[in-house]
Design a protein around this ligand. Sequence first.
Ligand code: ING
Length: 303
Amino acid sequence: MARYINIAGAQVGAIARNESRQSVVARLVELMRDAHARGAEVVVFPELTLTSFFPRWWMEDEAEIDAFFETEMPGPATLPLFEAAEKLGVGFYLGYAELTYENDVARHYNTSILVDGKGKIVGKYRKVHLPGHADHRPQMPYQHLEKRYFDVGDLGFDSWDFHGGKFGMAICNDRRWPETYRVMALQGAEVVVLGYNTPTHIPWEPVYDHLSGFHNHLSMQAGAYQNSMYVVGVAKAGAEEGSNLLAGSCIIAPSGEIIAMAQTSGDEAFVAKCDLDICQYNRKSMFNFAEHRQVQHYRIITE
Ligand code: ING
């Protein structure tokens, strides 16, 4: 018995600092149309995919920083993407910078949402693992200031019924932490979708630069295999404002095999036919959590 769903990665190339949201959204709509033409039912966009990757710049002016954030979703500039989804009957994952007020206190999150084929937001996630630093490093060619610009996500890791499967969400650095996948697998997730912005050169820690592609796939392939789930990782890629962002967007099966991958570092849609019942098969055999895991020996992980 099979339960198929066609999933697309929609890799996005470089976004200039001064590129308008209208222009970016037009690119996303074009990618969604292309993916739909190839049979996609769900389209996965990258992390922070409405603007250039602004955590690479040290900024002090609050208005300048907040200009990279969305205060409503959808807003006037993003509505066309929701309308296209509704017209095509396609669901999507979108990463963006969220500015929200909790009891009049401003909160800044690196956020992603799941939007269904009727243009309705069915799930929200806020990035938990914030990499990089909060201090200014002027001697470096660029910064990585996610710890300065974002609050740690307060929603945890969850999974949602979505287009006939159970979907979980993550964002970028989350994919390097095994806990991310396990917590969602324990909640029944069959597909984890995530976007990333990964500089291929980390100025203050270049020791693994030559392995950035390897570590990208290794992390997601391990997560997929060890948790019997599909993992879809989609890059904002290309040479963006002086920083080269890793491509390598891909769709990974519960076997750990990469079954579809982007071939360029630009805007590119690619699709895979995923049989979600494979997840259930693996969880009844090799990775039967109830039968094989011994949690009494894992407590140190959470203490
Ligand atoms: N961080 C990137 C990631 O893929 C990174 C790269 C890691 C930058 C660590 C700086 C420090 O993890 C994002 N964008 O989450």
